[in-house]
Design a protein around this ligand. Structure first.
Ligand SMILES: Cc1cc2nc3c(=O)[nH]c(=O)nc-3n(C[C@H](O)[C@H](O)[C@H](O)COP(=O)(O)OP(=O)(O)OC[C@H]3O[C@@H](n4cnc5c(N)ncnc54)[C@H](O)[C@@H]3O)c2cc1C
Length: 452
């Protein structure tokens, strides 16, 4: 029977990056991926986002792998949210200070680049190899070649499951004693649509923003692509509300919803109805589990902490997993996998729990709060606090997106700040008085809260 040193399950974004780290440590690394090699034909993604936002934590992990300069040309900076109201009026809310931005990147092109880099580093990538099961007693993976239909069993010293939210390794771990597992599908699903480039070959809207049409219990967002189109994602409840996927059954329904709620976007979407019925409606899941390891088998990325996409952190968090795992390997070496994996899950789990929770909470903010003048004022006051006291007050979004602070710490600081801001915003005259606030006093309140 064939025996590998390291077997990685899944060549998604996280598995590919991790393979590069491990290969550079002189290890023998093989990846098994059920998809065909999409570098050889048109890229197709089923049920997953076409483009995504890359931010500081992701960049740091890429930098460590020496990939920053290769990834940069694939990205478009987005400096803030462009909020579209129902009358087509827009309001730009910066994400952070000066040139702080999150970066739109195509999932397909990014994944292809990472697989190319993995192969160049010497990783063996086996496509159309579907993991059917993992035998954790004998440390063997069982796979089917989707080309020939043949089955194969491969022994491995180390098995790493980066095979996403429906991980085969996690399924095998589920059968073990004392394995905790929790999954939750949220009430909303999503569908991807597009805004093509204009007839003149230009972007139809400002490309340096994440566009958002918040409508209370549902929303539309759009991220720019290098070909000057935008990929839009429509988030709606599956059922139960007047505007929900269940109630959109024909072209008239689609046009009705878009003309009523997203009129300015509708004008830019010539393929709307065709795309609406051709593209799948996908669900959104949150997954938490523990432990993430069993002997020298480890879960990483979405396989152990799939989150809803409303903080734009799933991939960034998975990349940070790779960065931190590599730091622990640096310290303990490549002959103590159980110790390395035990240290990794201990340091990482509270942080991934925090970002999963924040991602759920941010859904409210995106679909309704950003349209509320009180929310906009709140952000303005926080931005001013950050400007006056850059170390003492860091807005939650900045801590999560533009810092490397552990997510659990950001969560904790964010909750303290939220309480203080709730008190500030409770003043009935805040709209008139916000510029005359005693900002120093707010910072003192924060210091006291931290000291408790
Ligand atoms: C709508 C949406 C928008 C998002 N936007 C963002 C964003 O803006 N920013 C961000 O940071 N994150 C975002 N995310 C999250 C991000 O997509 C995930 O966190 C990220 O893709 C996780 O990477 P992964 O490699 O762990 O898993 P995956 O990307 O799911 O990769 C898993 C790989 O394993 C393979 N595989 C699965 N099962 C098997 C098997 N049995 N055998 C062999 N191979 C297998 C799959 O084919 C796949 O290639 C978004 C997610 C969604 C749904």
């Amino acid at each position: 029977m064939k025996k590998n040193q390291i077997s990685i399950l899944g060549s998604g974004l996280i598995g590919s990056l991790l393979s590069i780290y491990l290969k550079r440590r002189g290890l023998d690394v093989s990846i098994y991926e059920k998809r065909a090699d999409n570098r050889k034909g048109p890229y197709r993604e089923e049920g997953r986002s076409i483009n995504m936002a890359l931010s500081d934590r992701g960049w740091r992990a890429l930098e460590k792998a020496g990939l920053t300069e290769k990834v940069k040309p694939l990205t478009i900076p987005m400096y803030g949210r462009m909020v579209h109201d129902e009358h087509g009026k827009t309001n730009f809310l910066p994400y952070g200070k000066d040139n702080q931005a999150i970066y739109s990147i195509s999932r397909g092109k990014f994944n292809q680049l990472l697989v190319d880099e993995a192969e160049t580093a010497g990783v063996k990538v086996n496509f159309e190899s579907k993991i059917e099961d993992v035998d954790l007693k004998n440390f063997q993976i069982e796979l089917t070649s989707l080309q020939s239909g043949e089955k194969e069993t491969i022994a491995s010293e180390v098995i790493i499951g980066s095979d996403g939210a429906y991980s085969s390794l996690r399924n095998a771990m589920l059968k073990q004693m004392r394995f905790d597992y929790r999954q939750k599908y949220i009430s909303h699903g999503y569908k991807e649509l597009s805004i093509p480039a204009t007839a003149a070959g230009e972007f139809a809207m400002d490309p340096n923003a994440l566009h958002i049409w918040p409508r209370g219990n549902f929303m539309l967002i759009a991220l720019p692509n290098p070909d000057k189109s935008f990929t839009c994602t429509l988030f709606l409840p599956f059922e139960g509300d007047r505007v929900c996927f269940e109630n959109i059954n024909d072209e008239r329904d689609v046009v009705g919803v878009f003309k009523t709620y997203f009129d300015d976007a509708y004008e830019l979407m010539p393929n709307l109805t065709q795309e609406f019925f051709a593209n799948p409606t996908s669900s959104l899941i949150n997954i938490e589990c523990f432990p993430w390891m069993l002997k020298s088998a480890l879960l990483i990325g979405d396989a152990c902490h799939a989150m809803v996409p409303f903080y734009g952190q799933g991939m960034n968090c998975g990349f940070e997993d790779c960065f931190i795992l590599d730091e622990i390997i640096e310290k303990y070496g490549t002959n103590a996998w159980e110790l390395v994996f035990a240290k990794f899950q201990k340091v990482r789990k509270p942080n991934t729990d925090a970002i999963c929770q924040l991602a759920m909470e941010n859904f409210e903010e995106m679909k309704s709060d950003v349209a509320d003048p009180k929310f906009i004022l709140r952000k303005k006051i926080e931005a001013k606090l950050h400007q006056l006291y850059p170390k003492e007050w860091i807005p939650l979004y900045t801590m999560v997106t533009f810092s490397r602070m552990p997510y659990a710490e950001a969560y904790y600081q964010g909750k303290l700040q939220q309480k203080i801001m709730d008190r500030v915003m409770a003043d009935p005259l805040i709209t008139q008085n916000w510029d005359k606030l005693d900002y120093e006093d707010i910072i003192n309140q924060m210091d006291k809260a931290r000291a408790v």
